[in-house]
Design a protein around this ligand. Structure first.
Ligand code: F6R
Length: 245
């Protein structure tokens, strides 16, 4: 794993956008694995800025997102499709028919997951997978205890994740209890992985996930076994690893 220390959130976002830009420039028809949440918003903003300057072309890029809430349609403001559209897809020249997320409106979990696995396989896998890190070590919606060999599956969100995500909803009750997520097997199959982490509230889990034992109890710890992981984190997020990096 390579660690890139950023000064703060903005610096993290620029560094991450540089890595993604390099991928798009070197392989214009690449497959990007994308994440939602607060962490990558600044990165997407930077990519849009560079696109507007004429420095980036997304016309041949394909994207597959990590996850989607079960039960939310694309036009629901809390859906991850809506998030991606707002933050990136509607702002660059990406071909929308090449942007994929699990189908939150498919009530049959097996069907939704099978279809998403087929999509990921049909695009030839992921060149660069972007990840955020949950406070409990989750990546995608792969909560602690998940089997490492899973592909796309339906998960029941942990209480901690529901509480963390309720900031985006009117109330805790409005947070969907289930989601479809890419599994660890799929994430680990990406050629390159880019993890973004910001803030002191993630400092403990950064140390645990990347310097602790590899265990399904800390999902992100499996990333220690991938051979091309870049972690771009700000000083606050790395503040409990200063003796290790
Ligand atoms: C988002 C996702 C999640 C987040 C994680 C961190 O698609 O899969 O694993 O990356 O919950 O969220 P933030 O960035 O909001 O702290």
């Amino acid at each position: 794993m390579k660690f890139y220390k950023a000064k703060d959130y903005n610096d993290m976002s620029r560094k991450a956008a540089n890595i993604i830009s390099a991928q798009v420039i070197m392989k214009p028809d690449c497959v990007l694995g994308l994440a939602t949440g607060s962490t990558p918003i600044g990165t997407y903003k930077q990519l849009v800025e560079w696109y507007n300057k004429g420095d980036l072309d997304f016309s041949k890029v394909t994207t597959v997102n990590l996850d989607e809430y079960k039960g939310l349609p694309k036009d629901n403001e809390q859906s991850y499709y809506y998030f991606m559209n707002e933050n990136l897809f509607s702002k660059v020249n990406i071909d929308k028919s090449r942007t994929f997320l699990p189908d939150g409106t498919e009530a049959d979990s097996d069907k939704a997951c099978k279809k998403y696995n087929e999509i990921i396989h049909s695009v030839g896998g992921v060149d660069l997978q972007l990840l955020g890190l949950g406070h409990n070590g989750h990546i995608g919606f792969n909560e602690p205890g998940i089997a490492f060999e899973k592909e796309t599956h339906c998960v029941t969100l942990s209480e901690r994740t529901i509480k963390a995500n309720m900031r985006f909803f009117l109330s805790e009750n409005d947070v969907p209890r289930q989601a479809y997520t890419m599994g660890i097997k799929t994430i680990m199959s990406a050629h390159k992985i880019l993890v973004l982490i910001s803030g002191e509230d993630k400092a403990d889990i950064v140390r645990e996930a990347f310097f602790g034992p590899i265990t399904p109890q800390v999902t992100a710890s499996i990333l220690q076994l991938h051979n091309d992981v870049s972690v771009v984190a700000d000083e606050a997020a790395l503040s409990k690893c200063t003796d290790l990096i």
